[in-house]
Design a protein around this ligand. Structure first.
Ligand code: G3H
Ligand code: 13P
Ligand code: ZN
Length: 309
């Protein structure tokens, strides 16, 4: 099975009322944990790479690790650029073998977002690569960019059809109240499902993407806090809200923070219990297992994409 695009995956997910998991990857153990889980659950998969991940691990290393995972698992895997901020990074990822890129023009005006997104779409489609755009702005931290709550804005449904038609994008990330990172809500979690439902009516059959979709699993936050960390007030998107989004038009659900928390909690616990360890395999192996367990649970109990190959 080669690396694939998300076209078929999204079509089946839309029709089946489930979503594909898009997990951020930064190193070998993360890639192994995610892909071993997907293999056991017979699930299609999107592995996504941010600009920060490319800077940290290097494009070629990540590409070759993902190619190794494809060989080992024989799964359909999409390699996706997460939050591409300009044409150049999208071009570099397309030229470097990615099958999907996101151009995140959400910080620009509507007109400039359309122009930039269309430029990427034209280049990508000529090369068989698919493109995710973004309309509306999430709060939270991505790389060095910190979007404050005041600068965040919900997607305007009335702009969606024009954006999709003028750009030719294959999927669209929207803002309905989620945010990046581990502090998504103060108090009760609220998402604007009315906006999602309106968009679904305006562009029926078109795949929507939900960013900032970690649930910030309490078990791992508690583990971090118990073993020397300090994350008061960490809170994510309740799983039943993700299930609801997946049953509507959301075909791709982005998860990064939960992986970070599982990895960090497990490593903190390991060192608290084994202060003398200095072999990285001793603490990275349990972290990899924790990622695998976490992803299996997401695939089966949240996304519903198990046994969908
Ligand atoms: O949306 C952001 C993702 O969580 C990636 O985070 O830019 O720190 O790699 P990063
Ligand atoms: P989380 O921070 O909720 O995991 O969101 C990740 C994301 O949206 C990556 O693009
Ligand atoms: Zn995101």
């Amino acid at each position: 099975m080669p690396i694939v695009t998300s076209t078929e995956m999204f079509k089946k997910a839309y029709e089946g009322g489930y979503a594909i998991g898009a997990f951020n990857v930064n190193n070998m153990e993360i890639i192994q944990g995610i892909t071993e889980a997907a293999k056991e659950e017979n699930a299609p998969l999107i592995l996504q790479v941010s600009a920060g991940a490319r800077k940290y691990a290097n494009h070629t290393y990540l590409m070759k690790l993902i190619e190794a995972a494809v060989i080992e698992t024989d799964l359909p895997i999409v390699v996706h650029l997460d939050h591409g901020e300009d044409f150049e990074i999208c071009k570099s990822c397309i030229d470097g073998g990615f099958t999907s890129v996101m151009i995140d023009g959400s910080a620009h005006s509507f007109e400039e977002n359309i122009r930039l997104t269309k430029q990427v779409v034209d280049y990508a489609h000529d090369r068989g690569v698919v493109v995710e755009g973004e309309l509306g702005r999430l709060a939270g931290v991505e790389d060095d960019i910190n979007v404050s709550d005041e600068d965040a804005s919900y997607t305007k449904p009335e702009q969606v059809q024009e954006f999709v038609e003028k750009t030719g994008v294959d999927s669209l990330a929207i803002a309905i109240g989620t945010s990046h990172g581990a502090y998504k809500f103060q108090g009760e979690a609220k998402l604007r499902f009315d906006i999602l439902e309106e968009i679904g009516k305006l562009v029926p059959g078109f795949p929507i993407v939900l960013h900032g979709a970690s649930s910030v699993i309490p078990e791992y936050v508690e583990m971090i806090n118990k073993f020397g960390g300090n994350m008061p007030g960490a809170q994510g998107v309740p799983e039943e809200m993700l299930r609801k989004a997946a049953s509507l038009s959301v075909c791709k659900i982005n998860i990064d923070s939960d992986i970070r928390l599982a990895m960090t909690g497990t490593i903190r616990k390991h060192f608290a219990e084994n202060p003398g360890d200095f072999d990285p395999r001793k603490y990275l192996a349990p972290a990899r297992s924790a990622i695998k367990d976490l992803v299996r649970n997401k695939l089966v109990n949240v996304l519903g994409c198990n046994n969908k190959i």
